[in-house]
Design a protein around this ligand. Structure first.
Ligand code: FAD
Ligand code: NAP
Ligand code: SF4
Length: 677
């Protein structure tokens, strides 16, 4: 077989002895919410089939519980339940029988969040709502039996294998760690005893399914817990798993309760692959690495470096189901790259909503949102090339409409051109690259440096006008708001104004946080440099103390400034940020010394500074710059004018609704409307 010219490693098969995987790309497990939804399995089948058509070598489903007490979503323990899963396996194997699909068995243990949840000891997780029920010996045996039964049912359902999760703070991992396992029977005490439960599951599952079934064990290779697993314990467990019948070891890098970001956009690409590489040297069976590997060149480099045998790209497959084919065909510039925002995937999972993707609203909605060719092509003008306008223009043009996209600026992107400049948000450049290419491919006429007016549109003969003119920043009605010390976030990010050493950031929404990060930052962005990232978050990749973090003190390079981040609401500052990433921003700013104040009233701004009161107590923040980040208002004047003139128009993105608006809702709304015109 000839080697691929650019990605010779990525596109080489992996021989597992009894079977092989056709390339080295794996879609890691992600819960979509469809597993429990009414009639979710037909949608799930199409979701996986689309990714199979996209060329991936192996896929792992979202976590399925082996029993009720493991309760983190759907359960599989009966032949009737296996029938649902057969829809998925049949759909995938119909695309290509060589593509492997494995089911993840996820017993949430203390994180199940129900009164029935179980654990080795009655110790609640820091992030759980319930104190788990301590298992007695018979209870432990039952959990093992249930894992075996679940594996058997997965085999019956036509899966090529299962992945058993032994990390993240779920049941198996809580047996491994002393702080969650304080038993003194054969399942606790010494490390040998603490390993017994996961090992017994692996041995019994292997005995049940025979040799020709893939069994993957997901191990916390660096659990990010103070006092977590030592490197020797990780290696010993992996070796024992190999002996117990595991086909592949998959490395994972966190417990959910850890306070180190491991997949957010501020994490450098492939930051953890080296840890997998160290484990790989200790084993004979293949290993999988993961976390922030979002482009094919990064994946290829991981393999070249000998860090892994398979590369897991989970969220990148939500962002672009065709990623693997595009890499194979040399169309990398067409890849819709995952920006690791978590906004439509993990934030939805943990918010109880069905999963999608900020940059690809079709993800997990394959049967609901499709871009079919139009039978009635129209001449469409789209005004504003921000996320809303770009996505409307590309979808409409893909469907065969003739689209002209206007923007007053000299480049496409709208506010994404501000976002991309925030340290830790460098991935936003990829989205702009993607849209630029899509506009070329679908022959969208692009008119930059063009401030569109109603008159302008009257002179052109468009069938439909889409107004995506975005927002104008809100100017709060406060005495002294025109004082020379007051500047807008736009001017700060663009570098159009001086920022002093004592700064008040008025407004603690996403933009207030981003601006505070930007002005407190010093040196290289941690997202671009693994050593800087490791220092900032207190990770020791070299010596691997317990959990990778025990005893390591974070060291942050910061600008020489005092920054106050302010809000009027009395809720904790940053509460409105993303569920799975908000805490990383709060920690990051706190480490940089930003003072976050809530529940205050603004009175006036003058030469002395910003006059505020808290609980009726007046004070003055003696600052030399006040940066206004007080939300946004829709910019819809053009829409009002042209509809008054009788033009057929629609309004999208920030111009439609500025409060609660983010790029996720802008792209989502635009895509659905463009799919329907
Ligand atoms: P915009 O992006 O505002 O685009 C409007 C475009 O219209 C502009 O390019 C403008 O030049 C053009 N325009 C306006 N009037 C005219 C006219 N008359 N003629 C021609 N062109 C015109 N969202 C997230 O979801 N996640 C994030 O992490 C995130 N981070 C952000 C960080 C920062 C610093 C900022 C500022 C925003 C961030 N956002 C984020 C918000 C997100 O960028 C916006 O929600 C999104 O850009 C709104 O898209 P839009 O297309 O409606 O408007
Ligand atoms: P926002 O999230 O609505 O925050 C606006 C802030 O301004 C709030 O803290 C609000 O708090 C304050 N405010 C509102 N009216 C005010 C007034 N009249 N005077 C003084 N303060 C006022 O908006 P944003 O930060 O401008 O962000 C815009 C959009 O971009 C949002 O949808 C956001 O989700 C998105 N975004 C997302 C991210 C991300 O990381 N996901 C990052 C950046 C932006 P108080 O009223 O309590 O003072
Ligand atoms: Fe990636 Fe964001 Fe899409 Fe999730 S929502 S897959 S993190 S781009």
């Amino acid at each position: 077989m000839t080697k691929h010219a650019v990605y010779p490693n990525l596109f080489s098969p992996l021989d597992l002895g009894f079977t092989s995987i056709k390339n080295r790309v794996l879609m890691g497990s992600m819960h979509t919410g469809l597993e429990e939804a009414d009639n979710g399995f037909p949608r799930l089948a199409e979701y996986f089939a689309e990714r199979a058509r996209g060329g991936v070598g192996m896929m792992i489903t979202g976590g399925i519980s082996p029993n009720m007490e493991g309760g983190y979503g759907a359960k599989l323990s009966t032949p009737e339940e296996a029938e649902d899963h057969r829809l998925v396996t049949t759909a995938v194997h119909a695309v290509d029988p060589d593509i492997k699909i494995c089911m993840q068995i996820l017993h949430a243990g203390p994180l199940a969040g129900t009164p029935a949840c179980v654990a080795p000891s009655a110790i609640p997780s820091r992030i759980a709502r319930m104190v788990p029920n301590e298992l007695d010996d018979a209870g432990v045996q039952k959990q093992i039996d249930d894992h075996v039964q679940c594996t058997k049912m997965a085999q019956l359902a036509g899966y090529d294998g299962v992945e058993i999760i032994g990390s993240a703070g779920y049941l198996l991992s809580t047996f491994l760690v002393e702080k969650t396992n304080q038993r003194d029977d054969q399942w606790g005490g010494s490390y040998e005893n603490r390993m017994r439960f996961p090992l017994e599951i692996m041995r019994r599952c292997r005995a049940e399914v025979g040799e020709n079934f893939i069994l993957i064990f997901r191990i916390a290779a660096m659990d990010m817990l103070q006092g977590g697993m030592s490197w020797d314990e990780v290696v010993l467990l992996a070796k024992e798993m190999e002996q117990a019948g595991a086909t592949i070891i998959s490395t994972h890098f966190t417990w959910h309760e850890a306070t180190v970001p491991t997949i957010a956009t501020m994490v450098p690409r492939a930051a953890f692959a080296g840890v997998t590489g160290r484990l790989r040297k200790e084993l004979k069976i293949p290993v999988i690495t993961s976390n922030r590997i979002n482009m094919p060149d990064v994946a290829e480099q991981v393999l070249v470096d000998g860090h892994a045998d398979l590369v897991s790209m989970a969220r990148p497959m939500l962002a672009d189901a065709e990623l693997v084919n595009k890499a194979f065909e040399g169309r990398e510039d067409e890849i819709n790259t995952c920006i690791a925002c978590n906004q439509a995937c993990l934030d939805h999972t943990f918010g109880g909503k069905s999963v999608s993707c900020l940059v690809n609203p079709r993800a997990a909605h394959e049967t609901l949102l499709n871009y079919h060719p139009t039978g009635t092509p129209k001449k469409i003008a789209v005004i504003g090339a921000g996320p809303a306008g770009m996505s409307y223009a590309t979808v409409a043009a893909e469907r065969g409409h003739s689209v002209t996209l206007f923007d007053a600026a000299s480049e496409i992107g709208g506010q994404f051109n501000l976002a991309k400049q925030v340290p830790g948000k460098e991935e936003f450049y990829e989205t702009l690259r993607y849209y630029k290419r899509m506009l070329e491919i679908y022959n969208v006429e692009l008119c930059l440096n063009t401030m569109v007016s109603a008159e302008h549109l009257k002179q052109r003969d468009f069938d439909h006008v889409v107004v995506a003119t975005g927002i104008t920043p809100r100017t709060p009605d406060i005495e002294g708001i025109n004082h020379p010390s007051v500047v807008s976030y736009i001017d700060v990010i663009r570098g159009n104004c001086e920022v002093g050493n004592r700064v008040a950031v008025m407004g603690a929404g996403g933009i207030g946080f981003d601006v505070s990060e930007l002005i407190m930052h010093s040196g290289v962005s941690g997202a671009l440099d693994r050593d800087v990232f490791a220092k900032e978050w207190g990770i020791d990749f070299e010596n691997h103390p317990r959990g990778g973090v025990t005893g390591v003190v974070p060291q942050v390079a910061k600008a020489d400034r005092q920054v106050y981040l302010l809000q009027r609401k009395s809720s904790p500052v940053g509460r409105g940020l993303g569920k799975t990433t908000g805490w990383t921003h709060r920690i990051s700013l706190a480490q940089r010394g930003v003072k976050m104040l809530n529940g205050l009233e603004y009175h006036k701004i003058d030469d002395q500074g910003l006059h505020i009161s808290t609980d009726g107590m007046p004070s003055v923040l003696e600052v030399d710059t006040v940066i206004v980040c007080a939300g946004q208002l829709p910019k819809r004047g053009l829409f009002d004018q042209i509809t008054a003139m009788g033009m057929d128009a629609s309004l999208i993105g920030g111009a439609f609704e500025a409060s609660e608006l983010d790029a996720k809702s802008a792209i989502n709304q635009a895509s659905y409307l463009a799919a329907a015109i």
